[in-house]
Design a protein around this ligand. Structure first.
Ligand code: PLP
Length: 387
């Protein structure tokens, strides 16, 4: 049975062009880019090209791109590196709906003497900017606010937030792991100091990421050792993956228009279809300021996990929140922060599309889900039975 893959915020298929770009660096050009000889030197040129390709996607200067092993490493490097460079006088400000890759290092710093503020969101998942303003008045801060939420797709107003942070003399990091490739991003126009992205969310392989660091930003290197990445991130470069990420960035740049039109239309079709055919369903999060590929929907009074298993049986892959927390059956910290009622948090499912999603797949999903919901409702202890 072919899988209908609607879980692209968890990870995405490696694009065929990316695999093709990577292969020579396993087979033939496997030299060390730091070597003095031409065999290694040739490889270095391809790293430089990939750096330019990634830089172009977010309109950065190539010298501001640092290759890392993943989005999690980029987030840790940004938050811990800035806090360490600036000292404990700096507060840490983040939000209650961040990915664990941001919440983890922020809480770690909290245990080591930094004051940490976690800003709340409203019922649409939008950040409380008044609370953010108050936290910024509490002293200089390293601020980490995600560009778009992985569970709901809600987009935060990063231009406005970054302007507030800079006006208050803070350092601004954004986890743009879910935003990059799904919406235009231009760091020339938005004063973020650091931005994280991850290869496997944009059709490159797992195990490669980037931290963008604006020139002049103070950052204590996190990985110590050799002089790779201009002494900002030691370790022999993962050449094939870097090359793959460069190609993926180029393809992502070329398909942003498609994400915002075709992919958004398919997502909207899915959303409208579910709302029309599944009673007691509700969309979670701001439906306007939202990634074009993401739909987080609750089917009340039933368990998201049961829906996932039954969808999986008919070949549909989706998710009940962040892939990192699923499996624990812990209710989503994002939906809880938004005040989504208990019965709806538990019945939440995230559908995340990609440029490879087809209209036929959406129609199949729309046909397959209502009977699953009806079946689960019939056995749900939470549904009031008539009579
Ligand atoms: N930040 C966000 C918003 C994410 O969605 C993810 C992964 O799901 C990460 C960070 C972590 O990225 P990686 O899996 O590359 O470590």
């Amino acid at each position: 049975m072919k899988t209908i893959y609607l879980d692209n915020n968890a990870t995405s298929a490696v694009a065929p062009e990316v695999i093709e770009a990577m292969m020579p660096f396993f087979r033939d050009q496997w030299g060390n880019p730091s070597s003095m000889h031409a065999f290694g030197g040739e490889v270095k040129k391809h790293i430089d090209l990939a750096r330019s390709q990634v830089a172009e996607l977010i309109h950065a200067d190539p010298s501001e791109i640092i290759f890392t092993s993943c989005g999690t490493e980029s987030d840790n490097m940004a938050i811990r590196g800035a806090a360490e460079a600036l000292g404990p006088r700096y507060n840490i400000i983040t939000t209650r709906v961040e990915h664990p890759a941001v919440l983890g290092p922020c809480r770690y710093l909290g245990e080591r003497g930094h004051r940490v503020h976690e800003i709340g969101v409203d019922s649409a998942g939008q950040l409380d900017l008044v609370q953010l303003g108050e936290a910024l008045r509490d002293g200089p801060a390293v601020v980490s606010v995600m560009w778009a939420n992985n569970e709901t797709g809600v987009i935060f107003p990063i231009p406005e937030i970054a302007a507030m942070v800079k006006a208050a003399g803070g350092i601004m990091h954004t986890d743009a792991v879910q935003a990059v490739g799904k919406m235009p991003i231009d760091v020339r126009k938005i004063p973020v100091d650091m931005l994280s992205l991850s290869g496997h969310k944009i059709h490159a392989p797992k195990g490669i990421g980037v931290l963008y660091v604006r020139k002049g930003t103070r950052l204590q290197p996190y990985m110590l050792g050799g002089h790779q990445e201009d002494s900002r991130r030691a370790g022999t470069e993962n050449v094939p993956y870097i090359v793959g990420l460069g190609r993926a960035a180029e393809l992502a740049g070329a398909s942003i228009g498609r994400e915002m039109t075709t992919v958004a239309a398919l997502r909207d079709r899915l959303e409208a279809g579910f709302l029309a055919t599944c009673p007691d369903s509700r969309v979670n999060g701001d439906r306007v300021n939202r990634l074009p590929n993401t739909l987080n929907i609750s089917f009340e009074y039933i368990e998201g996990e049961s829906i996932l298993y039954m969808m999986s049986d008919v070949g549909i892959a989706a998710s009940s929140g962040s892939a990192c927390t699923s499996g624990s059956l812990e209710p989503s910290h994002v939906l809880r922060a938004m005040g989504v009622p208990f019965t709806a948090v538990h019945g939440s499912v995230r559908f995340s599309l990609s440029r490879f999603t087809t209209a036929e797949e959406i129609e199949y999903t729309l046909k397959s889900l209502p009977p699953i919901i009806a079946k689960l409702r019939a056995i749900s202890p939470f549904v009031k039975k008539s009579g």
